[in-house]
Ligand binder design. Structure first.
Ligand code: ADE
Length: 410
C-alpha cells in the first residue's frame, strides 16, 4: 500500500520537533551550504527521523538520493512525504530482496560525492564494481556491522576512499546502541506479540553496547535475564552486571524469549531448536537476518504460518512451537518504530556533521577508517544537554593546564 503523504508529513514534523540538535545543524547548513553542488547517496533505515536527516543535508545544498537499509524497515508514509519534497527515495516496506538491491544500485548510479551508510551495503557495492564511482570523497558509517566490513576492507588495503566510523563516536554507541536499541527492541517485540515481559526468562545473545541496553531494559521490566557470549571479557561484565551467563544450549531450554544482538551468524540454530522451550519467542535486533537460522527452522519444522503481523509460528515434529518475529530481521524497525527520536537526533547529527567533514576534507584524508573528529562528538554532546536544562562545570585555567600537562585534553 503506498504511503500517505499527510501522515508522513505529520510523522516528519513530530520527529523534527524532537530533534533539536539536527534542526540546529539544518539551520547552519541552510546559510553555509556545505554540500553545494554535491550529490549525497544514503542507504539508511528509511523512516521519519531519517527523512529529517535527508532534509538537513538537502538544506546544505546537496542533491540527495535515499534507499532502504533493510527490506522491512521502511515507513512508507515517510517515503511519500519525502518524495513530495523532491527527494529521490527508493524504498517500500516489505519489498523483495531484488528491489532492495536495485535501490542500493540506484544510489551508486547517482555517482555520489558522499555516501551515508548503515551496514556498509553501498560501500560494499561500490567496492565490488571495478569501475567504482568517479568522484566519491568518502563515506560515513552508522553501525557496528558496517564498521566491521569497512575495517576488513582497510586491513586488506582495499578501501578506496576515507570512511568515518560514526558508530564508535561516544555520542553514538553509548546512546544509540545502548538506550536506543534497548528501548526500540522491546517496542518491536511488544508491538509484534502483545506479550508480557515481566516474569519471563529472557535470553540476550551478545553483550556489546546493544546487548547491554536490551538486557538492562528487560531486567528493568521484570524479566529474569540470561546473557550468552563468546567473549570471556564481556561474559564477565554481564555476570558482574548481575545477569546469569551460560551457553545458548542451556539457555534455550529455559527461554521464553531469545533476543540476538551479536552481529554474528547462526547464533540460534538447529542444535538449539532441538531443545528449545515450547512457546519460545525469537527476535533479532542485530543488523542482518542471519542470527536466528531461518533455514534450520524451516528444515526442522513440520509446518509454519503467520499468526499475527510479524509473528511466524513454527511447529516442530514433537509438538513444540516457536515464534519467529519479523522474519528474523531487526525487530526494532520491522515491527517497532526504530530508535526513539531523541536518540536518532544524536546519531543523525553525527552523520550530518561527519558527512560535512567528508565533503570538505575527504579529498585530503587517507583511505582509512577515521574516527569522528573529537570536536564533532563534543559539539553534539553540548547541544544535546541543552534541552535537558543541564549545564556543566567549565575547567578552571589551572585544571586545563593540569590536564594538558598529562596530555589528557579537556
Ligand atoms: N531509525 C533510523 N535509522 C535507525 C537505526 N539505524 N536504528 C534504529 N532506528 C533507526
Amino acid at each position: 500500500m503506498p504511503g500517505d503523504v499527510e501522515r508522513g508529513r505529520q510523522k516528519l514534523e513530530w520527529a523534527r520537533a524532537h530533534m533539536p540538535v539536527l534542526e540546529g545543524i539544518r539551520h547552519r547548513f541552510e546559510s553555509e551550504r556545505p554540500f553545494r553542488g554535491l550529490v549525497v547517496s544514503m542507504v539508511l533505515h528509511l523512516e521519519a527521523k531519517t527523512a529529517a536527516l535527508a532534509l538537513a543535508v538537502r538544506a546544505g545544498g546537496a542533491e540527495v538520493h535515499l534507499a532502504a537499509g533493510n527490506p522491512l524497515s521502511t515507513d512508507d508514509d515517510a517515503v511519500a512525504a519525502l518524495r513530495t519534497e523532491g527527494i529521490d527515495a527508493h524504498a517500500v516496506k516489505g519489498e523483495s530482496v531484488a528491489d532492495y538491491r536495485a535501490g542500493i544500485a540506484a544510489m551508486r548510479d547517482a555517482d555520489p560525492h558522499v555516501i551515508i551508510d548503515d551496514g556498509a551495503d553501498l560501500v560494499a557495492l561500490v567496492h565490488s564494481d571495478p569501475k567504482g564511482v568517479s568522484r566519491l570523497r568518502g563515506s560515513t558509517e552508522e553501525t557496528t556491522t558496517g564498521v566491521t566490513r569497512l575495517r576488513a576492507l582497510e586491513k586488506e588495503g582495499k578501501l578506496r576512499f576515507p570512511a568515518i566510523d560514526v558508530n564508535d563516536a561516544e555520542m553514538k554507541h553509548l546512546f544509540d546502541n545502548r538506550y536506543g536499541t534497548g528501548q526500540s527492541t522491546i517496542d518491536g517485540i511488544s508491538t509484534a506479540t502483545n506479550l508480557l515481559i515481566a516474569g519471563k526468562v529472557a535470553v540476550v545473545a551478545g553483550y556489546g553496547w546493544c546487548g547491554r541496553g536490551v538486557a538492562a531494559r528487560l531486567k528493568g521490566m521484570g524479566a529474569d535475564v540470561i546473557v550468552t557470549e563468546i567473549d570471556p571479557v564481556r561474559a564477565l561484565e554481564a555476570r558482574m552486571d548481575g545477569f546469569r551467563v551460560m551457553p545458548m544450549l542451556d539457555a534455550a531450554r529455559q527461554a521464553d524469549l531469545i533476543v540476538t544482538v551479536t552481529g554474528n551468524t547462526g547464533v540460534v540454530r538447529a542444535d538449539h531448536f532441538r531443545v528449545i522451550k515450547n512457546g519460545c519467542v525469537l527476535a533479532n535486533s542485530g543488523h542482518f537476518d542471519v542470527e536466528v537460522s531461518r533455514a534450520d527452522l524451516e528444515g526442522m519444522s513440520v509446518a509454519h504460518r503467520t499468526v499475527r503481523p510479524n509473528v511466524t509460528q513454527y511447529d516442530l515434529p514433537d509438538g513444540r512451537r516457536v515464534y519467529l518475529l519479523g522474519e528474523g530481521r531487526l525487530i526494532n524497525l520491522a515491527a517497532g518504530q526504530g530508535h526513539p527520536v531523541e536518540i536518532m537526533d544524536l546519531s543523525f547529527s553525527l552523520q550530518a556533521l561527519s558527512a560535512e567533514h567528508i565533503a570538505k576534507h575527504g579529498p585530503t584524508m587517507g583511505h582509512r577508517v577515521h574516527p569522528v573528529p573529537r570536536e564533532i562528538d563534543v559539539a553534539v554532546a553540548r547541544a544535546a544537554l541543552a534541552p535537558f536544562g543541564v549545564s556543566i562545570d567549565e575547567p578552571t585555567d589551572t585544571q586545563r593546564r593540569y590536564a594538558e600537562s598529562w596530555n589528557l585534553g579537556t
